[in-house]
Design a protein around this ligand. Structure first.
Ligand SMILES: Nc1ncnc2c1ncn2[C@@H]1O[C@H](COP(=O)(O)OP(=O)(O)O)[C@@H](O)[C@H]1O
Ligand SMILES: [Mg+2]
Length: 388
């Protein structure tokens, strides 16, 4: 196992466009690192440069302390783990796992048997060793692919969107499985996905990329609670953070639905900045009628007409149409394009306690906890209140 250090990595394809632009990421030994971002942001290119399938234009790729820029994929001893297509259908599970060992011609039959059985025990494949891949579930096949990487004693596992072709339920199961195995094996892992849920649930840390540029490298919790900029704030979280036009005077923020107070340390950072974008997550709103009194003290309430509600049993969402000034609307439309999201009609998404009885088309009293509000500069898109 090994740490992987990417230092100022740049990749320019033939047309000169930097698909990966000065990215530095340090993956610690044994760490589960996620590369996430919308389609085309350079995730696969970065992963392929780690394994050696793509030349590096500039920067240093360091694996286990060695600079590997000029090393062939084989010499890097990293394992790309593919899900379906890389298993040999005519070989048993045993022979699929043994394959790289036989190929290397370095091991006796006894050594091969030992290694395969060790991997199989670790991956709970013992009872499947004589079966063929076609008869296995998706999860079992994934484990066979990992088994092949384990017997090779690969320095790290690299996954490129391994779950993207699966249906939602299977994807959830496989996610748990990969997570459990990675913890058990403790093997350094770099995992590419465009799915923020996978990023949040699997990663020790997550690197968020936009158009080849690293936006933020942090734990899932830090990304969620302290996004550096509008892009990260909009990408992480589902349903996404609400963005609203805001102006700050003293400790009062004017929002489309009314004025709310924010903590003085936040207000100070936003003074004299003119029109800003406020970011408030759905769960920092609620139906005022069911909010406990002690929580009410920490926020404000406003009246709004609820357009649509969605009740999911354990929680509910209410949608409230809002008007946005043209300049903010333009910014948010650009952001939606960058995030690969559908451009929606401007609306607030409000999470409601399951006990709420607000119905569609009703006017309701909505609570907002303004302590958790982020304030973004519309020009630089930076979070002015990051860390607070
Ligand atoms: N072989 C290639 N030649 C030229 N451009 C490429 C090539 N592969 C990828 N690109 C471009 O590089 C950018 C990043 O691509 P990619 O790494 O595949 O993104 P992701 O995996 O995040 O979807 C895209 O703009 C893509 O069009
Ligand atoms: Mg890709």
């Amino acid at each position: 196992m090994a740490a992987i250090e990417m230092k100022h990595i740049v990749k320019k394809y033939g047309d000169g466009f930097p698909a990966v632009n000065d990215v530095s990421i340090d993956v610690k030994d044994g760490e589960f690192m996620i590369l996430v971002g919308p389609s085309g942001c350079g995730k696969s290119t970065l992963l392929r440069m780690i394994v050696g399938l793509e030349d590096i234009t500039s920067g240093d790729m360091v694996v286990g302390g060695d600079r590997v820029n000029d090393k062939a994929p084989r010499e890097r001893n990293l394992a790309m783990v593919f899900q379906n297509y890389a298993l040999y259908p005519h070989l048993t599970v045993y022979e699929n796992i043994a394959f790289p060992l036989r190929l290397s011609k370095q091991f006796s039959e006894k050594e091969i048997d030992e290694k395969v059985r060790q991997a199989s025990e670790l991956l709970e494949l013992d009872e499947h060793l004589e079966r063929r891949p076609a008869n296995l579930s998706g999860g079992q096949r994934q484990r066979v692919a990992m088994g092949r990487a384990i017997v090779r004693q690969a320095e790290a596992f690299l996954f490129d969107e391994p779950l993207s072709n699966l249906d939602a339920k299977l994807r959830g199961q496989m996610r748990t499985e990969i997570s459990r195995l990675q913890r058990r094996l403790g093997i350094t892992t770099v995992y590419v996905t465009h799915d923020q849920t996978e990023a949040m649930t699997l990663g020790d840390r997550v690197a968020v990329l936009k158009r080849g540029i690293l936006q933020q490298l942090a734990t899932p919790r830090e990304l969620y609670e302290h996004p550096n900029n509008l892009f990260v704030a909009g990408f992480i979280g589902s349903p996404p953070m609400n963005f609203l036009p805001a102006t700050v005077e003293g400790e009062t923020v004017s929002l489309p639905f009314g004025k709310v107070s924010i903590p003085p340390e936040k207000a100070r950072l936003a003074q004299g900045k003119g029109l800003l974008i406020a970011g408030i997550r759905p769960e920092h709103f609620d139906d005022a009628a069911v909010v406990e009194p002690h929580r009410l003290e920490h926020g404000s309430t406003f009246r709004a007409k609820v357009d649509v509600t969605e009740w999911l049993g354990n929680e509910a969402y209410a949608y409230i149409p809002i008007d946005l000034p043209a300049e903010i609307q333009g910014q948010l439309t650009d952001l939606e394009r960058e995030l690969d999201m559908e451009a929606l009609r401007p609306q607030l998404v409000v999470s409601l306690d399951a006990a709420s009885r607000i119905g569609e088309g009703e006017e309701a009293e909505i609570f907002v906890d303004a302590r958790k509000m982020h304030l973004f500069d519309p020009e630089s898109q930076e979070n002015l209140t990051v860390g607070l």
